[in-house]
Design a protein around this ligand. Structure first.
Ligand SMILES: C[S@@+](CC[C@H](N)C(=O)[O-])C[C@H]1O[C@@H](n2cnc3c(N)ncnc32)[C@H](O)[C@@H]1O
Length: 360
């Protein structure tokens, strides 16, 4: 299956949309905001470009993309006042897969312009924003056209389910899981790691052409602290999704064979795996690499319901493609209940990996 065609965040602004269920991702971006704004400030202060190229890779739909744009523009405008250098024009490229609902992002532009011009007292901030659809596992921009690349909550998505998890008949070797779990044969772990290495290295190589020397990247994604996948919180959420699907199999709502052939195109890398790929690819200097746990989110409804909605707006397209749309309500109802049960017993926190890189 071509995941780049099937995978999309739920568009629009409805109850199940990404736009309305992405506060957890916003929390992650806010947590590293000081790193993001300092990184762009340093690029501006050292390079003093008249035209500053910025890309947000995997922007999705909804308010998160524009909220980051606002932060970086304000950081540069503040820096320009401090060093008495006129602010640059901003070329801002919002990237996601072709099927992304870019319209919902663009509908927020009038508010962004208004907020920025009320602060800068200018009629029209020198902001030129464009969508750039396509996969970030490959070239997206002309040579040396970017000063700063940002990507949040996106790089844990692989370009495909690794081919190496299938046997010669094309059957998944990971039949009793949807991601790496304690039950996965060792070949499955190797195949996922290999796919991550191939994809991340291609990502770095592509960006290395597009960024100017001294340009910076802030990359934030789901990651893991344990060397073992099975004991990491992100894997645990996939395990609960597997259990929810298995519950539907037991109820006769889903065929067992369908569940056995479902695997996700996801990988949560460790700090060492990220550092290793940056070193091997060789175009960037690592300024910072950290893996940390997010605090439990503050949500008005049950944690299970909030988390299930967050996962649903991301995974619904892939699940509907494989199992049919009809299972989604029951599946996520059960999933929410399982998360509530488990979070009463243990902390279910996501683990985040942060990388700050400078182009050599
Ligand atoms: C969970 S959303 C994160 C969106 C936003 N950055 C945020 O923090 O709210 C992940 C986004 O990455 C996009 N994505 C996944 N793989 C991609 C790829 N290969 N190229 C471009 N975008 C991709 C998805 O379509 C999705 O919109």
């Amino acid at each position: 299956m071509d995941v780049h065609r099937a995978f999309r965040m739920k568009g629009g602004v409805g109850d199940n949309s990404y736009s309305n269920n992405s506060s957890l991702q916003k929390g992650v971006a806010d947590k590293v905001k000081h790193i993001t704004t300092e990184a762009i400030r340093q690029v501006f202060v050292t390079k003093k470009p008249k035209s500053l190229g910025i890309a947000d890779l995997g922007c999705a739909s909804g308010p998160n993309a524009l909220s980051t744009i606002k932060q970086v523009v304000e950081a540069v405008e503040n820096a320009s006042g401090t060093i008495q250098q006129p602010p640059p024009e901003f070329r801002i490229y919002l990237n996601d897969l072709h099927s992304n609902d870019f319209n919902t992002v663009f509908q927020g532009l009038p508010d962004l312009y208004e907020e920025l011009s009320s602060k800068t007292k200018q009629q029209q901030p020198p902001l030129y924003i464009a969508a750039c659809p396509g996969t970030f596992y490959g070239r997206l921009f002309p040579d040396h056209s970017l000063h700063f690349v940002y990507s949040s909550n996106s790089l844990h998505w692989l370009s495909m389910v690794p081919r190496g998890i299938y046997d010669e008949e094309g059957r998944s070797m990971n039949r009793k899981s949807v991601y790496i779990s304690e039950r996965s044969p060792p070949g499955v772990r190797r195949a996922y790691l290999g796919q991550f290495q191939e994809d991340f290295s291609l990502f770095l190589k592509s960006r290395s052409h597009e960024l100017i020397p001294g340009g910076r990247m802030v990359l934030v994604m789901l990651g893991r602290t344990a060397s073992d996948h099975a004991h990491c919180a992100n894997s645990f959420l996939w395990e609960l999704l597997y259990q929810s699907l298995a519950h539907l199999v037991a109820q006769g709502e889903v065929e067992e064979e369908k569940l056995e052939s479902y695997d996700v195109h996801f990988y949560a890398p460790s700090k060492e795996e990220l550092e290793g790929e940056v070193r091997k690819e060789g175009s960037f200097r690592t300024e910072m690499v950290e893996v940390f746990e997010m605090e439990g989110a503050n949500v008005s409804r049950s944690y299970g319901t909030a988390l299930a909605k967050a996962v649903r707006c991301i995974q619904a397209s892939m699940l509907a493609h494989h199992f049919g749309e009809g299972i989604l309500d029951k599946l996520f109802h059960h999933y929410a209940a399982l998360i509530d049960q488990e979070s009463a017993k243990r902390d279910v926190r996501s683990t985040i990996a942060l990388l700050l890189l400078t182009k050599l």
